[in-house]
Design a protein around this ligand. Structure first.
Ligand SMILES: [Zn+2]
Ligand SMILES: [Zn+2]
Length: 126
């Protein structure tokens, strides 16, 4: 499933980088993100009321929302979990963890850790 833009009021934001997307022009079926080239189907713009006289505070609140969505940590589109795990490199006790499912269930899973402090990465097999 391709990711779709985030709708805030009558504005659409790129799901990848949070950039405000332009409205489709004329018969365009796709809108490209200027920042990262994300392709947003113009159909996302259906059902959006384009109000020429919106609330004066509509845009500032959209910007605040945008700030919030950008605090997420992106790595392959997945959110990383912060866990208590000792870094073998610097001894720091916090790391981001991410579980990788291997081909078959019998092979168990591998957990990838990334040290919060020094960004050292290591993996643990279950
Ligand atoms: Zn983008
Ligand atoms: Zn470390």
């Amino acid at each position: 499933m391709p990711k779709l833009a985030q709708k805030i009021g009558s504005l659409l934001f790129c799901p990848d980088c949070g950039t405000l997307l332009d409205l489709p022009q004329g018969d365009d079926t796709i809108v490209n993100c200027e920042q990262c080239g994300h392709e947003e189907p113009a159909s996302s713009y259906e059902n959006i009321e384009i109000t020429t006289r919106s609330h004066p505070d509509a845009f500032p609140s959209a910007l605040r929302q945008k700030g919030k969505t950008q605090t997420k940590i992106h790595e392959g589109g997945e959110a990383l979990l912060k866990v208590t795990e000792k870094c073998p490199e610097c001894g720091h006790m916090e790391a981001y963890s991410k579980e990788m499912q291997l081909r078959s269930a019998d092979e168990g899973s591998t957990i990838l850790y990334t040290c919060v402090e020094c960004k050292h990465g290591w993996r643990v097999n279950n």
